[in-house]
Design a protein around this ligand. Structure first.
Ligand code: ADP
Ligand code: MG
Length: 559
């Protein structure tokens, strides 16, 4: 057994190519790059080529219902990209940007793992090219303009501060800012009101940036943000405050996708990072389109399990952008399937065929769901060192019995060498498919029907209960003329249902919608089931305590 290196040690021992070389692989002129040092560059939007996009193939990586550490979607996306390039397919991986919250909290970074990573790992996980900061500033400019409008009576739109839902944001897990009172200090301090912070990834600006297709579109979407109501109940939008121009100006560079590389020197575009529960949970449309414009295959990821990530990817992102994947890769792990079969989290490394067998019901439902969208699926078994051969063989056989393509993925341990089998299975699937996805619901059906359709068809619910607040919100949304928007259901990622204890493949359960949020700028409605954390706290022993930098500027302890 060789010694297991940490993700950061692997990333730091890689010999990086100059970003100009990566651009060259994509056929991008050096002159078109906006350099952020030697290994990062922004790509201009004029490189987007609608004709080339139509010919290129998009591969969506999603997963079974995950356990808390994640099942390896990012790692698989990067590994598969190495494998595809090895078998001669010109492929770019397109991913979200990590948030500092998890980097310093529990989960750690989000630049892949083992021998399937994007680099420079430290930069990607910490600040990167400053996109999150720009989003934070645009978000907080609107917050300041709202409070300022309330402060200056003469210019006032008559906003009732009690109706303002817009929060300030910062990219940090900091529970003490979640609920606060602003405007203290008497007359010069403004009007005291209940306020709070969200994490930057939860900002509607992030969701907007990731759906916007041009500066004009960005401004329109920003202008459409619903701010609150006046004392006489008239809705106020961001455009009423004339804020969208300055906000878009702050996003001048953030709108441009970032080019970096994988450990094996293949192109990676990393851009935007919206939450996967209250937002669409996937990188920007512009990044995906740039990837498809510059290479023949794009591998991309959508957050959480397929019930959340893939559904929103298809019904929202593809619905707006016209994109459609040619194959869906479902990441499955023996560990998580055993968990779904009733084995407790602490003993997942112990072989247990019985639990694995029972847990396969979860994978089966995800496969059925991808088929409901009319898309072909490939199950990628992300191999962990604790998996027994017997378990792996069982899972492969089970997938074949279900009629699914299946391949073992060893990208974490071996990089591209461990994913060529998966890459071949994906290419074969893509080449045999010529269609497009079918949306699961019609945007124009009424709000309740949209929620019920996703709940019953995708989650397996028996019925949906709309609580009183949710019913009042539906009336309000319809009165605003926003009933035609797609829905982005906020639900736990730990179960198909809204109850995280219901593992495996629950069915016939009741899904409860408490209330709705309106993301009129991004262009979707958010039915809320259960509690949603928009500004997490740090754990008792945060990951931050292990991170350090030495006298040579070398960072350690990032994971
Ligand atoms: P996701 O994108 O699904 O949240 P990630 O790809 O970020 O998951 O992986 C989650 C964590 O698990 C990362 O720390 C990664 O390094 C680790 N990981 C992924 N695959 C493996 C594997 N096969 N063996 C060991 N660790 C893995
Ligand atoms: Mg991920």
């Amino acid at each position: 057994q060789h010694e297991v290196k940490s993700d950061l040690e692997i990333a730091q021992s890689a010999k990086l190519k100059h970003i100009n070389e990566i651009a060259q692989v994509l056929g991008v002129e050096v002159d078109d790059l906006e350099h952020y040092g030697k290994y990062k560059a922004k790509l201009p939007l004029h490189l987007i080529d609608p004709e080339k996009i139509k010919k290129s193939k998009l591969i969506l990586v999603t997963a079974i219902t995950p356990t808390p550490p994640g099942e390896g979607k990012t790692t698989t996306s990067i590994g598969l990209t190495e494998g595809l390039n090895r078998i001669g397919k010109k492929t770019t991986v397109v991913l979200r940007e990590p948030s500092l919250g998890p980097v310093f909290g529990i989960k750690g970074g989000a630049a892949g793992g083992g021998y399937s990573q994007v680099v420079p790992m430290e930069d990607i996980n910490l600040h990167f090219t400053g996109d999150f900061s720009a989003i934070e500033k645009a978000n907080n400019l609107l917050a300041a303009l709202i409070d300022n409008n309330i402060y200056f009576q003469k210019e006032s739109l008559g906003i009732d501060p009690r109706t303002v839902k817009w929060k300030r944001v910062m990219d940090m897990n900091d529970r003490s800012l979640r609920s606060i009172i602003t405007g203290l200090g008497g007359r010069p301090g403004g009007n005291p009101r209940e306020a709070g912070f969200n994490i930057t990834a939860a900002s509607e600006i992030m969701a907007i940036l990731c759906l916007a297709e041009s500066f004009q579109d960005l401004k329109t979407k920003l202008g459409n943000i619903y701010v609150g109501d006046t004392y006489d109940n008239k809705p106020i939008y961001c455009r009423d405050l004339k804020a969208q121009g300055a906000m878009a100006a702050l996003l001048k560079d953030a709108i441009k996708p970032n080019l970096v590389q994988t450990l094996e020197g293949n192109p990676a575009i990393i851009h935007g990072g919206p939450f996967a529960n209250i937002a669409q949970g996937t990188n920007s449309v512009l990044a995906t389109k740039l990837g498809l414009s510059l290479s023949d295959y794009v591998v991309t990821e959508a957050g959480f399990g397929a019930d959340l990530g893939a559904e929103k990817f298809l019904d929202i992102k593809c619905g707006y952008s016209g994109l459609s994947p040619s194959a869906v890769v479902i990441v499955a792990t023996v560990r998580a399937l055993k968990y779904h079969g009733g084995q407790c989290l602490k003993s997942l490394t112990t072989p247990n065929l019985g639990a694995l067998k029972a847990g396969c019901a979860n994978l089966e439902k995800h496969l059925e769901n991808i088929a409901q969208f009319g898309l072909p699926a490939v199950v990628s078994i992300n191999r962990f060192s604790s998996d027994s051969d017997e378990e792996l063989d069982f899972l492969k056989t089970r997938c074949k019995e279900l009629g699914a393509h299946v391949a073992l993925s060893e990208g974490w341990a071996l990089g591209g060498e461990g994913t060529t089998q998966l890459a071949r299975a994906v290419v074969e699937t893509v080449e045999n498919f010529n269609g497009r996805y079918t949306p699961i619901y019609d945007w124009n059906s009424d709000i309740k029907t949209k929620v019920e359709t996703v709940a019953k068809k995708i989650y397996g619910a028996g019925s949906v209960v709309f609580q009183a607040k949710a019913l009042a919100d539906i009336k309000h949304i319809e009165a605003l003329g926003l009933g035609h928007l797609p829905i982005c259901i906020a639900k736990t990622q730990k179960s198909f249902s809204d109850n995280e204890a219901l593992i495996g493949r629950p069915s016939g359960f009741e899904l409860t919608v408490r209330e709705f949020e309106i993301a009129a700028g991004a262009g979707f409605l958010v039915p809320i089931t259960g509690a949603i954390m928009r500004l997490p706290g740090l754990p008792a022993v945060p990951a931050a305590l292990h991170i350090d930098i030495d006298d040579n500027g070398v960072i350690s302890g990032l994971s």
